[in-house]
Design a protein around this ligand. Structure first.
Ligand SMILES: *[C@@H]1O[C@H](CO)[C@@H](O)[C@H](O)[C@H]1NC(C)=O
Ligand SMILES: *[C@@H]1O[C@H](CO)[C@@H](O)[C@H](O)[C@H]1NC(C)=O
Ligand SMILES: *[C@@H]1O[C@H](CO)[C@@H](O)[C@H](O)[C@H]1NC(C)=O
Ligand SMILES: *[C@@H]1O[C@H](CO)[C@@H](O)[C@H](O)[C@H]1NC(C)=O
Ligand SMILES: *[C@@H]1O[C@H](CO)[C@@H](O)[C@H](O)[C@H]1NC(C)=O
Ligand SMILES: *[C@@H]1O[C@H](CO)[C@@H](O)[C@H](O)[C@H]1NC(C)=O
Ligand SMILES: *[C@@H]1O[C@H](CO)[C@@H](O)[C@H](O)[C@H]1NC(C)=O
Ligand SMILES: *[C@@H]1O[C@H](CO)[C@@H](O)[C@H](O)[C@H]1NC(C)=O
Ligand SMILES: *[C@@H]1O[C@H](CO)[C@@H](O)[C@H](O)[C@H]1NC(C)=O
Ligand SMILES: *[C@@H]1O[C@H](CO)[C@@H](O)[C@H](O)[C@H]1NC(C)=O
Ligand SMILES: *[C@@H]1O[C@H](CO)[C@@H](O)[C@H](O)[C@H]1NC(C)=O
Ligand SMILES: *[C@@H]1O[C@H](CO)[C@@H](O)[C@H](O)[C@H]1NC(C)=O
Length: 797
């Protein structure tokens, strides 16, 4: 066995080298598996033409992404297989099961037929299994339930039949079960209620029957329960559904349900309720629903009683549909009179075909209200002012996409290259900036609103912030609603600050594409899960070769730490040392976090801060105090009244968790003490805010030090010290902490340096502290990916 030269100098790395083989090649069983996979596919566009030449990992096979470093067995391993949108048909080969290190398996939007091979259930590291948008049939193998690391299962829009396997209860990390638009039948397994991480359960448009499991209300993280268009005839909506703790959307349209509408007033974040087209009876519960309600659709039932007065107190309401019921009493004009319509807001009130007999208040709603009353006794009251305005049959208005910031109206048409790949950037602050966009077909699968205009700006802000772009760089070219899903065609433009370059550079394209394809956007209650329909690389981007990115390399090394968690501290430190040495050619400097005062951290226990104290410490969360931004929220530098300088992590809306869970986590964190862990000073849980207060690390992150921006390189001694320190911190977490903590997100930006340049590990034990950050740090953050293959793979021309 030969040590690879790049380990050079680091004697400690020796024990690692024992495992390294001389020339990197893909594991033979994975090579033969890929060959078998290809054999069973029909590839009319010949997208996989180079799958027959050379070695998968070293000869750039289309859609194959490999580990960059040799595994413990001396081979390279396939980590991702992503061949979406390639017009592939044929079937999935059972040999897929031999790709034993695979983390992402993505065959979305092809024409595959046949059944899902049970062997896939044996790929234990699998995180994303994406087979939606094919023509798969047959029933699901029980073995899928053994994918204990699976985060996301997307099988929607196939024709898979049979029951949902009970074994799914063993997918103990799964957050997304998207099985909608198939032919699943039978009872929904109540066992699913034992998956503590479940966030989105989409089972709509199947042939499911039986009853709605009352236990689902125990799912601590569940945000969306969508079961529309199934047939649970004779079943009722369990009263326990009023106890959901985090639910945002409950959609049970056309499910054959009987009985009463349950009282859902205790669900704090409920925003979207659709119980239409059932056989529900009795009155609507009068208790006030959440202030977040945007949509209430109870139409086409047999409800009686009056409109609850509490409906006049729903400030975010967009849609209230009560048509085709047996409701009586007056129409409450307070519903709109009490609302302040922000720009672009509107309210749709559909009350047709009931027994409403009078109006309480004045019937002169503002233009932003659409009111429909036909088919009610009130329409026969000719003395009532204006009533005929609302009793005719009018067609619904359409949503209009008006791009208010479009600055291109007066730009000369001939000045922007007319080859279809370039266009004026609509919202560019610099008028007539001509650039080539990336084009993305995108769909919100289950948003928690029913009218987009008021949320367009927030959406643009959310998406561009998550991509680290400026808001003008995103343009929503078109959008349309499709049965409650919101399809969009997005264009992303390069920044005009980059010397007015009219294209993204390769690494930017790669970064953006990866972000969409790995589902690492921060979770959002408002927007819910998304689908990537296509990511088209045209014109100047068509020839992009995806190359190794240094980021991937570093992550790759780091994943080794996680995987080899049991190995000796020496080995770990060696890896970190290599990580640092690799960037040796680069320069470093201290970045923004420059500070002289010493942090006093030896606090007995953990302090409970008030919101006021936090606001004071950060000058009211002034932007100038912000030192970072994570999925969980913003990080501020703050100075407490006793002059202690601290880092304050403030949870964003959407990342908040229940108080009990929050305090439990604090308790857990407070037990972790080690000189190589960033220590927790306190927390704040007040005024709907959740913050964590840590000791401040004046010398920033290791990532800063290694970044290209830096001026001088850390010397060898320092590198070694950082490596050893980090290793000790990690070792403590893994082996000495009680209970042990699995870091899950070790990366250079989570290794911080204190004033004496000692390294400390940050962000440990936060797995559950960021519940709404759906997928932040699941697979890809830890995976070494050498991105290879064709960029156009996503959408062949
Ligand atoms: C694979 O891609 C890399 C980077 O583009 C290139 O340097 C290398 O020559 C390619 N290998 C083969 C066999 O095409
Ligand atoms: C590939 O798929 C696209 C859309 O899915 C279709 O328009 C096109 O005709 C297909 N091409 C071939 C060669 O099958
Ligand atoms: C889906 O599968 C069922 C049988 O499981 C079959 O009856 C039906 O025709 C299939 N639908 C489509 C669109 O292929
Ligand atoms: C879950 O897995 C365990 C062992 O891995 C197995 O014994 C059990 O039957 C599984 N549960 C279900 C419901 O399949
Ligand atoms: C799902 O199925 C329903 C009913 O068949 C259909 O109306 C809807 O368009 C489908 N949705 C998708 C995304 O295919
Ligand atoms: C409302 O409907 C329920 C159930 O159908 C019935 O028992 C009740 O008498 C009705 N109430 C009124 C006021 O009609
Ligand atoms: C709505 O307005 C009415 C008067 O128009 C008022 O009596 C009622 O308290 C208001 N409700 C809320 C929740 O503001
Ligand atoms: C009503 O909607 C229009 C167009 O969306 C908007 O310009 C206007 O400000 C809204 N009116 C009110 C009273 O909010
Ligand atoms: C912007 O305005 C121009 C010219 O009026 C128009 O051609 C273009 O479609 C608009 N773009 C968007 C995204 O609204
Ligand atoms: C990508 O998806 C968008 C949105 O559905 C669609 O408008 C566009 O035509 C698609 N592009 C390609 C190349 O399929
Ligand atoms: C559009 O303009 C408004 C105000 O003019 C601004 O607040 C908003 O950020 C702009 N949006 C974009 C995408 O630039
Ligand atoms: C495989 O094909 C893709 C394009 O389909 C190309 O980018 C890549 O370089 C090819 N690799 C080899 C080894 O030919």
């Amino acid at each position: 066995m030969i040590c690879r030269v790049r380990f050079g100098g680091c004697i400690l790395a020796l024990c690692l080298c024992l495992a390294a083989a001389a020339s990197p090649i893909t594991h033979p069983s994975e090579v033969s598996a890929l060959r078998a996979v290809k054999k069973q596919l029909v590839d009319p566009m010949n997208n996989l033409r180079n799958w027959s030449r050379g070695d998968p990992c070293t000869a750039n096979w289309t859609g194959i992404l490999c580990s960059n470093d040799l595994g413990d067995d001396g081979y390279l391993h396939v980590l991702e297989l992503q061949v979406l949108n390639m017009n592939l048909s044929g079937t999935l080969a059972p040999e897929l099961g031999q790709l034993s290190r695979l983390r992402i398996l993505d065959f979305m939007w092809n024409e595959l037929t046949g059944t899902i091979p049970k062997e896939i259930g044996h790929i234990s590291p699998l995180r994303l299994l994406l087979l939606n948008g094919n023509k798969l049939f047959g029933s699901l193998p029980d073995e899928l339930g053994y994918l204990s690391k699976l985060n996301r299962l997307q099988l929607d829009q196939n024709n898979i039949s049979g029951p949902i396997p009970k074994t799914f209860v063993n997918m103990s990390c799964v957050r997304h079960l998207h099985l909608n638009n198939n032919s699943f039948s039978g009872q929904i397994p109540p066992e699913l209620s034992q998956i503590p991480t479940l966030l989105h359960l989409l089972l709509d448009n199947n042939n499911l029957s039986g009853y709605l499991p009352p236990e689902f209300s125990n799912l601590p993280e569940l945000r969306i329960l969508q079961l529309d268009n199934n047939d649970f005839s004779g079943s009722v909506i369990p009263a326990s559904y009023g106890n959901f703790s985090r639910l945002v959307k409950l959609s049970l349209r056309n499910c054959g349900l009987w009985g009463a509408v349950p009282d859902l007033s205790r669900i704090q974040n409920l925003s979207y309720l659709d119980l239409s087209q059932n056989h529900l009876t009795g009155p609507i519960p009068t208790n006030k629903l959440s202030d977040h309600m945007t949509t209430i659709d109870l139409s086409d039932n047999q409800l009686n009683g009056t409109i609850p007065a509490s409906f006049s107190d729903l400030p975010s309401l967009q849609t209230l549909c009560l048509e085709n019921n047996f409701m009586t009493g007056p129409i409450l004009t307070d519903i709109w009179q009490n609302m302040t319509f922000s720009t672009s807001a509107r309210l749709k009130l559909d009350l047709r075909n009931n027994s409403f007999s009078s109006i309480q208040g004045h019937l002169n709603p503002p233009v932003n209200v659409t009111l429909r009353l036909e088919g009610n006794p009130v329409c026969k009251n000719e003395n009532l002012l204006n009533v005929d305005l609302f009793c005719g049959s009018e067609s619904g208005e359409n949503e209009m996409l008006t791009n208010l910031n479009n600055t291109t109206a007066n730009c000369p048409i001939q000045a922007c290259p007319r080859d279809n790949y370039y266009e004026y950037v609509p919202a560019s602050p610099l008028p007539c900036f001509c650039a080539a966009p990336l084009r993305i077909g995108y769909r919100l699968k289950s948003p928690s609103f029913s009218y987009f205009p008021p949320y367009i700006q927030p959406f643009e802000a959310y998406m561009t912030r998550s991509l680290n772009l400026s808001q003008y760089q995103l343009s929503i070219d078109t959008y349309s609603w499709e049965n409650g899903r919101l399809r969009m065609y997005l264009k992303l433009f390069p920044s005009m600050n980059n010397n007015n370059s009219s294209t993204f550079n390769v690494s930017e394209v790669q970064r953006i594409r990866w972000r969409y394809m790995s589902w690492t956007f921060p979770g959002s209650n408002l927007f819910g899960p998304y689908e990537l329909l296509n990511f088209t690389l045209l014109g100047p981007y068509a020839d992009i070769k995806f190359e190794e990115n240094t980021k991937g390399v570093r992550k790759g090394v780091l994943v080794a730490i996680v995987v080899g968690g049991a190995a000796c501290a020496v080995a770990v430190s060696a890896i970190v040392a290599i990580l640092i040495t690799r960037k040796a050619g680069q320069r470093q400097a201290m970045t923004r976090k420059r500070l002289s005062s010493k942090v006093s951290m030896k606090l007995d226990g953990v302090r409970d801060f008030t919101f006021k104290e936090m606001a004071l410490a950060t000058d009211n969360f002034n932007n100038s105090s912000q030192v970072g931004q994570g999925g969980y929220g913003k990080v501020y530098k703050g100075t407490l009244t006793d002059k202690t300088v601290v880092a304050i992590k403030r949870a964003e809306e959407g990342s908040l968790q229940g108080q009990r869970e929050f305090l439990t986590e604090i308790k857990l964190l407070s037990r972790l003490h080690h000189r190589n862990l960033v220590s927790l000073v306190g927390y704040c849980d007040e005024e709907g805010e959740q913050m964590l207060v840590y000791e401040f690390m004046p010398n920033g992150t290791l990532r800063d030090w290694l970044s290209a921006k830096s001026k001088e390189s850390p010397n060898f001694g320092m590198r070694l010290r950082i490596a050893l320190g980090s290793a000790k911190g990690i070792l403590y977490l893994h082996t000495e902490a009680n209970p042990p903590v699995f870091h899950r997100d070790i990366k250079a930006s989570n290794i911080l340096l204190d004033s004496k340049l000692n390294s400390k590990v940050a962000d440990f034990g936060l797995s559950r502290l960021a519940p709404a950050v759906e997928d932040e740090g699941t697979v890809p953050d830890h995976v070494s990916t050498v991105v290879r293959g064709t960029p156009v793979s996503l959408n062949p021309l």
